[in-house]
Design a protein around this ligand. Structure first.
Ligand code: MIC
Ligand code: SF4
Length: 645
């Protein structure tokens, strides 16, 4: 039987296990990336492993998230990461060079290769035909040390694209349509592959918009074939030599096939506060808009910003709209300056920001109170923008630009002819902001520069024989890692300081949580479905670890967060009967008797609610490797004990 793209790439990278759906495999990782907000922890972990030089074909450390420097912390972290990169054989993409996913696509991505990154939008690389996964920092540290990356073999879903997008309808509308159909948990346990005759009508940056936001489906990753369009993109980047064709066999077997006729799509918007709350823009038309932000790893390619520049050319943003634009990379920024697009954006009154994540992660440009903000980004979780009551809508660059001019939600298809743009045959290639690995002889003498805000990894301990602790928090469905460990300009500088950042853990759900957890000394958390969706930040596991959380019991988990909990030595446990969620209440005294013994014997666990006197069966399907990590007290201890990354 024929193979899917993912099966082909997994097969050539398989280190352990077999490709049976639902079983655990270890795969070889060719490339890694980190960004600064997760990078300091990842490199502290990598240092703790004692591997002198990264063992991947290519590992890149990017600085793109914590670029607003209102104190010494972020700048110190940047210097720390730069020194680690120099000492351990990594590429270092300097602040100002752009958002990791955009730069990686332009300068490093290789079709058919594997990539993991300490950022959930790493699947952006799927736009080039890479198999790219978001992961926790510890998993990235292990991969840098040459260790395998472990995943559960997902189901294979094919999205068959036919037709061609109409003018004004964008790649963003394709992925919003997928989110509308599948929801934020529809991709859990699945790899989404795009195929069909519509594929060739989409450029690589458009494909990357779609694979980027596959993260919002909860998918393990998303991938496009590597074809002539991919080759043309790589040629234009001066990297045609890394191109190889990657495609699914005609008789490949998929668990599910979804049909999308590109020509039938219309402009869409994800409404507050979830990327799957999708409506046609036409239904929202006329709603006053306060802010428009164009940028992020989803929609800040040269193509996106040239379109925006062409729409804004000769016009001025509506008086009631604050318009900000952050280009995805220095290459995009520089080329916009060279082709005149930047002048059009400036003339239109756009507030030009540096090429970084910026407003997407609440690093500035928080909207006004209750403000309606149209963003070309990928997440609109409540409060993520930095304004608790802001109403954030996710839209295409086209919808954002026309609405910035009119001051109200505007369907671009009602705006006459779409302006035409011509993409250059060659990109401006200037890698002077990427510092390559230094020769071996220089590495040893490099001093690691640690600022005072960098605190060690929280204390861990082997799993106890049994756990008895109160339920210190009960939350509902679709809890995001932004709920667990908020980001934003004020909290992000604490990413290297777990004791300090823990003071903000879960405060969006319950401001008293950190104090209650500390007073209890240890505790359980209960959640609904899709617990931990969103960001890959392992801080959403490390802060609970620091606060004494021993286990999270939920109806279901998002993939990366479940892995991060295990890596932190916290048990992610699932109710065998989802209805049992109602049989635990905040404050109940819970226990997990004979925990170690049962895990070692592979026996099912039972949660005892001592307050109500009930016994609740749990669904515990850990692999042997996961059990060993949990028993050791987390991946760092496990790695140290087994002496191998
Ligand atoms: C995000 O978009 O939520 C982030 C910020 O890029 C995160 C990483 C982080 O929290 O540092 C992600 O997507 O993984
Ligand atoms: Fe940065 Fe936003 Fe992309 Fe995350 S989603 S990497 S914060 S631009």
């Amino acid at each position: 039987m024929g193979k899917t793209i993912a099966q082909k790439i997994l097969e050539t990278h398989l280190i352990s296990g077999d490709l049976t759906t639902g079983s655990e495999i270890g795969i070889k990782i060719d490339q890694t990336l980190t960004q600064d907000a997760t990078g300091t922890m990842a490199y502290l972990e990598f240092e703790a492993m004692g591997v002198p030089r990264v063992k991947t074909a290519c590992s890149v450390a990017y600085i793109d998230h914590n670029t607003l420097q209102t104190g010494f912390e972020n700048a110190d972290d940047h210097r720390y990461i730069q020194s680690v990169a120099r000492k351990h054989g990594l590429f270092f993409s300097r602040p100002g060079n752009g958002i990791c996913h955009q730069v990686h696509l332009e300068r490093f991505g290789v079709p058919g290769a594997t990539l993991i990154g300490s950022d959930s939008h790493t699947p952006t690389g799927g736009g080039l035909g890479m198999l790219a996964f978001g992961a926790g920092g510890l998993d990235v540290a292990v991969a840098m040390g040459g260790g395998p990356y472990f995943i559960t073999v997902p189901q294979m879903v094919r999205i068959n694209l036919t037709g061609k997008l109409r003018p004004w309808v964008a790649a963003k509308d394709v992925i919003l349509e997928v989110l509308r159909r599948l929801s934020v948990k529809g991709g859990v346990g699945k790899i989404i592959e795009y195929g069909g005759p519509g594929v060739k009508t989409l450029s690589v940056p458009e494909r990357a918009t779609i694979t980027n936001m596959g993260a919002e489906l909860g998918a393990s990753t998303s991938v496009f074939p590597s074809d002539e369009v991919t080759k043309a993109f790589l040629d234009a980047q001066g990297r045609g030599d890394v191109w190889t064709p990657v495609e699914a066999d005609a008789d490949a077997d998929y668990d599910e096939i979804i049909e999308i006729d590109l020509s039938a799509l219309q402009p869409l918007a994800a409404c507050p506060h979830s990327p799957d709350a999708v409506k046609p823009v036409a239904e929202l038309a006329g709603m006053p808009v306060d802010q428009v932000c164009i940028g992020s790893c989803t929609n800040a390619s040269l193509r996106d910003l040239m379109k925006v520049a062409a729409i804004l050319k000769g016009k001025t943003a509506h008086p009631n709209v604050s318009l900000s634009i952050s280009p995805g990379s220095k290459q995009v920024f520089q080329m916009l300056a060279q082709n005149g697009g930047l002048a059009d954006l400036i003339a239109a009154g756009a507030r030009i920001l540096e090429c970084a994540c910026g407003p997407c992660i609440g690093m500035g440009q928080s909207p006004n109170s209750g403000g309606v903000s149209l963003r070309t980004f990928n997440r609109n979780f409540e409060g993520r923008s930095g304004t608790a009551d802001a109403q954030v809508y996710l839209v295409s660059p086209e919808t954002a630009a026309v609405s910035a001019l009119t001051g109200v939600f505007t369907d671009p298809t009602a705006c006459g002819d779409a302006p035409a743009i011509t993409m250059p045959a060659q990109f401006t290639v200037d890698d002077s902001m990427i510092l390559p690995p230094v020769p071996e002889a220089e590495m040893a003498g490099v001093e690691i520069l640690r600022g005072p805000n960098i605190k060690p990894f929280p204390a861990t301990a082997p799993l106890s024989d049994d756990i008895s602790a109160p339920l210190i928090l009960k939350v509902g469905d679709n809890i995001t890692t932004d709920h667990i460990m908020p980001a934003g300009a004020k909290i992000l500088p604490l990413r290297s300081n777990i004791p300090a950042i823990s003071e903000h853990c879960f405060v969006r759900c319950d401001p008293a949580f950190p104090a209650r957890a500390k007073a209890a000394g240890s505790g359980f958390i209960a959640g609904g479905v899709n617990y931990g969706q969103g960001s890959s930040r392992e801080h959403a596991a490390l802060a609970p670890l620091y606060l004494g959380v021993k286990a999270v019991i939920a109806q279901s988990f998002a993939r990366i967060h479940a892995a991060n909990l295990i890596n932190a030595g916290i048990l992610p446990l699932t109710f065998a009967d989802p209805a049992d969620y109602d049989r635990v209440n905040q404050g109940d005294k819970l226990s997990l008797p004979e925990l170690r013994k049962k895990l070692e014997a592979g026996q099912p666990l039972t949660l005892v609610n001592n307050t109500t006197g009930t016994k609740i069966p749990l669904d515990t399907q850990f692999t042997e490797r996961q059990v060993a990590i949990l028993l050791a007290g987390g991946l760092l201890d496990y790695t140290r004990n087994t002496n191998q990354p």
